[in-house]
Write a protein that binds this ligand. Sequence first.
Ligand code: HEM
Length: 401
Amino acid sequence: MVALQGYGWLPDQRRRSRDGVVQARVLGQRAVGLCGPDAARFFYDENNVTRRTAIPEPVQSTLFGHGAVHTLDGEAHRVRKTMFMTLLTGPGVAGLVEQAEAAWDDAVASWSPGQRVVLFDEASRVITRAVCRWAGLPLEDTEVPEVAARLVALVDGFATAGPRHWRARRARAGLERRIAKLIDQVRSGAAAAPPESALATIAEHRDASGEPLDSRVAAVEVLNVIRPTVAVCWFVAYSAHAMHLWPEHREALQARRPGYAEAFTHEVRRFYPFAPFIGGRAVRDLTWQGQPIPSGTLVLLDLYGQNHDNLLWPDPYRFAPERFLDRHIGAYDLVPQGGGDPRTGHRCPGEQITIALLEALVPRLADLDYDVPAQDLEISLQRVPARPASGVVIVPATTPS
Ligand code: HEM
């Protein structure tokens, strides 16, 4: 799989190309790789690029699920997307943040001085507990570690052909079965879903056709709320990594410098590797930068490359949250979670949640008294998705109050 070649693949090809347009073959298909705000605008124009047939089966069977919003176009997409936007933006977000803060505080209170805490794993459990409660999914505390591990597996295994991939497929099959059963029970009245929760909203949702979602597709969409929320643990671990390497930023967070937590969050999402690129298919014969793109060509937008483009981000390999203080961010500039308008296009509807969770948890982490023992903090750009090798181990120094 092409993602095996890592985050440098499209940027390397682009540097070698004549005009910044990468011509490649992906899984035997003709592909072009584009990068930059103008390219993003071109990519997100539905008259140019559609999604329906662009997402490979291994990615649907792990990361997104079959029948997910990611694979819809036009009216069907807009109706489903409105449901996500209603759930994931606005007043509901505060409730999730409160749950995450409470789960974090409980976790910290349970640590003992000298204990080794793998921050990546701990953050995944904290967020799993919080998001399941918020979404209305019943989950015993004893089940949290296993469910968190499965949700992480879905993300961890989408871009590899090895055991991580098969773990992800198994995790998805089990989770979908369990949630589809719950959806059936909610619909029949055998289980209760809190009003306006993600569970209730998705169980009641009617698609563009006016029909309720098939219970398996409903389960896919419930997972498309909780799985990426848990993936914010990647950014929590990356935040700890940044604070360890460049402690001046930790001090700025501790001092609660106005606007700094938000700027830090944007820089973590820009600087650290997560989604390498996104793909769609040319709906008709297109031309970009003078290059023909025949109808049906796979069109890839290089998210990682754009987040490290020195025309947009001077000194792009320096971790510098200050670049976001007082900077207006255009809809097609910062693209760790896609670009454009999330209400009408495929841009991630969970950006507000991602930012709110990090703005709540990262200053809490900055305030903690802990040591960082010797460990392998390397982040390999060959591994997709990347992550710090050790998961970022911290050792609490004193008993938290
Ligand atoms: C779409 C990244 C968090 C739900 C996307 C896309 C990316 C992305 C790159 C594809 C955009 C496109 O195809 O144009 C991330 C990252 C996250 C994150 C790096 C941080 C961990 C979230 C959260 C939620 C969420 C917290 C929900 C609570 C979704 C959904 C879509 C999506 C439903 C599909 C949107 C569509 O196709 O219209 N995300 N996301 N994501 N994300 Fe996120």
